[in-house]
Design a protein around this ligand. Structure first.
Ligand code: FE
Length: 350
């Protein structure tokens, strides 16, 4: 077998990442992979862990052929009790296959293992590399989402929608993890929560330039969504985008696919709205620039299981929007796509 090609620059980048995760000499770092996917990342993370004096090992399982793009919570580790047992023995698990939103991931976290998802290409990992200042701002967002009782956002295209908050906690994603059992995604830069069950009312207009991550598309023609009691009741629009969205959601033949999902805003000043234009040919990755760019509203539809809800529909759409104004309990956070809340402004020189 040929060895995966690993360069020193990647090992050094991953060593910096593991230092942010506070990997110590008495810890074990596990890497989980499927088939030959990201074999060079696996090697580079293990070498980086060794440079910090930690133990390192890889759990590799067969790649599954039936994974549909955009379908979450399904992965090749499911049902493999011995492999799950092995990774629970590590202090930090580097997830190179995508355990996202699965019960296996929840089980691994519950054992105290911190989990770091890594699927983006190396140039994006460098470009969006996390900082402690990003963590500070994303944690401020998480606190606001957790203590808030109402979130509202608007835009000039006609969006005006309200979320009732309080039932669910919030999750932060700033790109590294140094707390037992905590999950993160390298790289990221936002927090999110869910509305109370049935607690979203209003209109969302997706306008040209907003992003439909699952379709690898910038919206070209407006889509007008009517939302009642947390469900999309109408998808209006004459263009191709409304048609795509209608047909895609319909294809799941699942009324729960029309639910409104997580809500939050992007805070990574190193992430680019335009990056998506250069990475549209990738299968399921390359979305973190779109989800994280500073000042987006990350609107989404579908499941709410990642925060303890019961809707596990596999139909999930992340729909980052530009140019929105957003308030939590009448405190303005975004003004037409600019972050104006003092706790979330980028620190100079950070
Ligand atoms: Fe999402």
């Amino acid at each position: 077998m040929t060895q995966p090609t690993v360069d020193l620059e990647t090992v050094e980048l991953f060593e910096r990442e593991l230092k942010l995760c506070k990997v110590k000499a008495d810890e074990a770092v596990a890497v989980v992979t499927a088939g030959n996917e990201r074999a060079e990342y696996a090697q580079a993370f293990m070498l980086a862990a060794r440079r910090l004096g930690a133990e390192a090992f890889q759990v590799n399982v067969p790649h599954l052929q039936d994974r549909a793009a955009g379908v979450q919570g399904r992965h090749p580790l499911a049902g493999n009790r011995r492999a799950i047992g092995a990774v629970k023995g590590a202090d930090l698990l580097i997830d190179l296959m995508g355990l996202l939103f699965s019960k296996e991931q929840a089980e691994i976290q519950a054992s105290g293992t911190r989990v770091l998802r890594v699927v983006e290409p190396i140039h994006v990992l460098k470009q969006m590399f996390p900082t402690e200042d990003l963590r500070r701002r994303v944690e401020a967002e998480k606190r606001i989402l957790e203590s808030g009782r109402q979130l509202r956002f608007t835009d000039e295209a006609g969006t005006d929608v309200c979320y009732r908050l309080g039932q669910y906690p919030a999750i932060s994603e700033y790109g590294y993890t140094d707390e037992p059992g905590r999950w993160d995604h390298f790289p990221s830069g936002f927090a999110f929560t869910h509305a109370d069950d049935g607690g979203v009312e209003g209109t969302v207009v997706l306008k040209p330039g907003d992003i439909m991550s699952a379709f690898k598309r910038y919206v070209q023609t407006p889509i007008r969504l009517t939302i009642r009691e947390g469900m999309i009741t109408d998808i209006a629009g004459d263009g191709i985008d409304a048609k795509l969205m209608r047909q895609y959601i319909e294809s799941f033949d699942d009324p729960r696919a029309y639910a409104v999902s997580h809500i939050g805003w992007g805070l990574n000043e190193r992430a680019n709205w335009h990056q998506f234009a250069t990475s549209r040919h990738a299968a399921s990755e390359y979305v973190m620039n779109a989800l994280s760019f500073n000042g987006n509203v990350l609107f989404s539809t579908g499941p709410n299981t990642e925060l303890g809800g019961t809707n596990d529909t596999p139909c999930h759409l992340d729909l980052p929007m530009q140019g929105c104004s957003l308030w939590v309990d009448d405190v303005r956070i975004l003004d037409k796509g600019r972050v104006v809340h003092p706790e979330m402004r980028v620190e100079r020189g950070a």
